[in-house]
Structures are given as C-alpha cells and as structure tokens.
Design a protein around this ligand. Structure first.
Ligand SMILES: [Zn+2]
Length: 391
C-alpha cells in the first residue's frame, strides 16, 4: 500500500476517536498573535493601545459550587442597588457544580443577568481525582455539566462559556476538553502577585493559549498546558493579599476568615487599588459562599457591599461577568466609549419557566440522597457525568 494512503487511514481512525489534534505551543509572536482572538501571555499593558488612565477598570465577582437559596440570597444582597456607569445593574458569574444545585434558581439568576459557568458535575474529592483524570473523565465532567445546565436550567448551550476547575486543579486534559467543546475561557490558574508598594506594574491581562503561557506553574508537578489551544482564553486567577501586603489566598474565603468588616474593607481596597492604580487588569473578587459565613455575623457581606459602593462612586469602574470582560479584551473600549459598548448593555433575557412554588422538587436515593429542583420534569435518575440527562 502507498505509505501516504496508510498515513491518511491512520489519521482518519485517530480523527474518529479523537476529534482534537493540536500542536505543542510555541513562544508567542506578537506580530502574528493579534486581536480579537489572540493575545500573548505575560503582557501587562491594557489591550488596544489604551493608556491605563483611559482604561475602564473591571471587577469580576464570581461564586463557586452548588447554587442554593441561602447562598443566592447573599449574592443578591451583595449586588443590590449597585450600578455600572451605564446604569445597568452590577452582575456576577456563578461557577456551578451539580450536586445540591437548585436549577430553578440558576434559571432565575440567568434571567436576571448573572453569567452561568461550568464547574463540573461531581466536584468530587480527593483532589487527585482531577489531577490524574484522563481526557474522557474531564470530558464527561465538563460537557456533562453543560448538558445538565442546558437541560434543567434551560440555558442555551452557547451561554455557557466559562469554566473553573474544582480545587483549581487544572490540567492539560482539562484544557483539551475546553478547547474541543469550544469554551471561551478558563479561570483556574492562580497568579501570585508580588506587591512591594513602590513601583508596581500590575498583573498580566487575560491571554489566549495560541502560544505557550508565561504564567508561572504553581508547582513543579502541576501539569500546566504545553499544547496550543487557539482562541481559548485564560483569565489569570490573581491571588489576593492580606492587609499587610503578604500573599493570602487564591479565593477570598481562604484569606483572613476571622477579619471583621473594617479589616475586610481594607483588604478589598488594597487589592483593588493594586489594579486600579497600575495597569487596570480585571480585579477578581473570587469566592465560595463560605466567605459570607466567616467572621462576625454579616461583617464580610457588609465589607464587600461597602467596597462595591465605593467602586461605583469612582465612575469608571464596571462590575461585570467574566465573559463580558473577555468581550472587552476582544474589542477594547476606552472609558468614554465603554458606556455604549453593546456587550456591556443590560441583558434582556426571558423569565424562568416556573416560580419557586411551581418548580419540581425531584428526590433520589441513588447514588445517595439527593434533591434537585428544576422547572423541567424530573428525570428518571439523578443526572451524572455519564448520564447527564438522567435517562
Ligand atoms: Zn468549587
């Protein structure tokens, strides 16, 4: 047989089982890596040639894990009455995992402007499950959760654009799945900041995986991506620092849990100004619901609300979803033009298909006791990575 034909046959077989076929990422070539869909990593300059003083400051507030009534109440209280410079309400992003999630609340949150992103089906422990997960495990966990959100919260598939790895255990196989499933961005890779208070340049902006990432691998064993994933964005998970400038944690709830309202207001101001006074990279307020339960009762909510009201008062700060931040990275607008930027306008979305009183409460005893609330009919089985429809 002609060796050429043989090669083609082998490729066809491989292609059938693995629609993904990429190359080792090369160092970024700024001449070739151009907007809207490519940006080199390690770049701390605002996009589009903007000077920091003309760059709108964005704040990205995100909440992880299952969506339940008591958590959603905290999120809504946090944003209540906080507005963006174009008078649209401040919004956030929910990274939703499946177990214990109330899909009626997800559907309702989406209708009110929240972004819904994927945080896997099972979010299970131990963390080594994710570290060693092969392509198929990641595929079922990521695509499965997108299917569940589509089916039980009625979300359009293309509304689910972002992902965060459980325990921030990102791996090469995870990025392969995100790329293949056409996700827009990932927000899992922690970026430690080294703030000395003197001549800070600010952290790196979001970038794409067309070329090799310059972001530092958290540990030597961590399988940081080596392949090229054209057009897939990383929003660096910029770690926050404590009020004395020492590195604190990847997420807000991991930092100074006993701090009272004034300690926490100070922490937020300090971290925010590290972005606002330097290069205006997006400022992430990334948290689990536990943030609201820490410290003296109600203090952490009070501090975060006071901070958002302060940010609102500055007049050039936008509190947006993660995908709205990427929309802007792809088509950067100055402070002046931001108010009429279409992706930053108030969304108009259909209301949920049911109410909290008419939603179905589905009960399962397998694989263990689970309740699942949804406007959709209860599926026969509790949805899982290999059976997201619950058939
Ligand atoms: Zn999580």
């Amino acid at each position: 047989m002609n060796p050429h034909i043989l090669t083609l046959m082998v490729l066809a077989v491989l292609g059938g089982s693995l629609s993904y076929c990429n190359e080792i990422a090369k160092p970024c070539d700024p001449e070739k890596c151009l907007p809207p869909n490519c940006r080199c990593s390690g770049d701390n300059r605002p996009p589009g040639g903007l000077m920091p003083k003309n760059t709108p400051q964005t704040i990205l507030v995100s909440f992880d894990d299952d969506v339940e009534k008591q958590y959603m109440d905290f999120y809504d209280q946090l944003f209540d009455g906080v507005r963006n410079p174009n008078n649209c309400p401040a919004v956030g992003t929910l990274f939703v995992s499946h177990n214990y999630t109330n899909y009626y609340l997800v559907e309702d949150a989406y209708s009110r402007g929240y972004e819904i992103a994927d945080h896997t089906v099972t979010h299970q422990e131990p963390t080594t499950y994710w570290e060693y997960a092969n392509f198929t495990v990641w595929k079922n966990e990521i695509r499965g959760q997108r299917e569940i959100l589509h089916r039980f919260a009625n979300l359009p598939y293309d509304a689910i654009k972002g992902f965060r790895a459980p325990f921030l255990m990102f791996t090469e196989n995870m990025y392969k799945v995100l790329f293949e499933a056409k996700f827009t961005y990932d927000l899992s890779w922690p970026l430690n900041i080294k703030f000395n208070g003197e001549s800070p340049i600010g952290p790196m902006y979001p970038y794409t995986f067309d070329y090799i990432s310059k972001q530092i691998c958290p540990t030597v064993e961590e399988p940081c991506p080596k392949m090229s994933y054209p057009g897939l964005w990383e929003i660096p998970n910029v770690n926050i620092m404590n009020s004395d400038h020492s590195p604190c944690a990847s997420m807000m709830d991991g930092c100074n849990p006993s701090g009272n309202a004034s300690v926490w207001y100070e922490i937020l101001l300090r971290n925010f100004h590290y972005h606002y006074d330097t290069n205006r990279t997006p400022f992430g307020m990334l948290m689990h619901p536990s943030y609201f339960y820490h410290g003296p009762a109600g203090d952490h909510l009070k501090a975060a609300r006071k901070f958002l009201k302060y940010a609102e008062s500055l007049g050039d700060v936008w509190i947006l979803t993660a995908s709205q931040v990427i929309d802007w990275m792809q088509d950067p607008q100055s402070i002046e033009k931001a108010k009429s930027f279409p992706p930053w306008q108030c969304p108009s979305r259909p209301p949920p298909r049911c109410s909290s009183s008419t939603a179905n409460s589905c009960h399962y005893t397998e694989p263990r006791d689970f309740y699942m609330t949804t406007c959709t009919e209860c599926p026969k089985r509790f949805p899982s990575p290999t059976d997201p429809d619950g058939n």
